[in-house]
Design a protein around this ligand. Sequence first.
Ligand code: NAP
Ligand code: G4F
Length: 339
Amino acid sequence: MPKTAFITGITGQDGSYLAELLLVKGYTVYGLIRRCSTFNTDRIEHLYQDPHDPNYRLRLMYGDLSDASRLAGLIAQIKPDEIYNLGAQTHVKVSFEQPVLTGDVDAIGAMRMLEAVRQSGRKVRYYQAGSSEMFGNAPAPQNEETAFEPASPYAAAKLYAHWVTKNYREAYGIYAVNGILFNHESPRRGATFVTRKITRAVARIKLGKQKKLFLGNLEAKRDWGYAPDFVEGMWRMLQAREPGDYVLATGESHSVREFCELAFSRVGLNYKKHVEQSERHMRPMDVDYLRGDASRARKVLGWKPKVKFEKLVEIMVDADLVMAKEGREDFRADSGIFG
Ligand code: NAP
Ligand code: G4F
């Protein structure tokens, strides 16, 4: 029987790749979108289907993770087999500026989803998008047994969502899983995250459209993977016999400085001539070193990332060069004033 999935955060990086994957697998995909005064559906534009077509399988519904009654109504209407709760305020630095909103959407939003599932009485498989940020500065490599040390309002909100997902699994027998995902990137990554901020700038500097790139902490290390590999892992978690929690990571860690070095050298430039550090992009507290151990996902789910760090940098720089040449950058601000 073809399955039905409901994705919150479908307009985001991961939501768009996951929607693609599930449509290829024959699912009918419902996606939660927020009403905005401008279009926010760029990342799923290529998947759009005419709703007048009786067989259309990508169905977009207005809603918001802050609106419990709408979420319950949608779950009753859609009757999903699988739910992927990817919607969130996802920027760690912004979470220091908007901690209450971040808690409402990322923590209580997950609770609203789980309550809607519980009250529906339906047998639904639920995926919660957890983050390696929940480990904070706990020693690497981090895996499912590592004690959490959240170091931002974002991480604390995600940790609340993590624990209630586990609690609903144990208390009510709901098939609910936590993915603890390390950073994953792509040409669809939001332009205010450091990788995309760098690759956009590399392309624009190469083409003479930008002079400098202002960044914060260059020594922070992250375990960066490729988003399409990671959404495949999310899907695998909901196909397993038993629900559980899984780390997804590449097992390699690199600094922001190394990312710059490689990205600028891809177009024949030296990052030292173009990158400047700025207080503006420093966080009140940062996570220094993340490197994940995904052996459990490998063993139980057969999951393994395909794209490595060097290839990821190439994919992102090359895609941004094409966009910048065609003048299709999503916004034009020089040194990433928002990032
Ligand atoms: P993203 O590109 O920033 O997308 C976030 C999505 O959440 C967007 O669709 C956004 O909608 C939606 N959203 C924001 N506030 C919402 C609200 N109040 N109600 C409903 N939807 C809302 O994030 P991503 O990189 O795809 O990440 C997907 C999920 O994985 C997130 O939960 C993130 O925290 C988690 N995660 C990501 C990573 C990573 O490295 N990418 C790692 C670990 C965990 P708009 O388009 O309308 O803004
Ligand atoms: O790219 P980032 O903003 O990602 P961060 O904070 O690791 O969070 C991302 O990954 C998490 C998974 O671990 C997700 F849960 C979360 O939703 C998000 O997707 O920053 C990475 C590192 C940080 O140490 C930051 O301080 O890069 C450093 N950095 C240095 N200069 C910068 C900048 N980050 C940003 N965004 N902008 C800068 O100018």
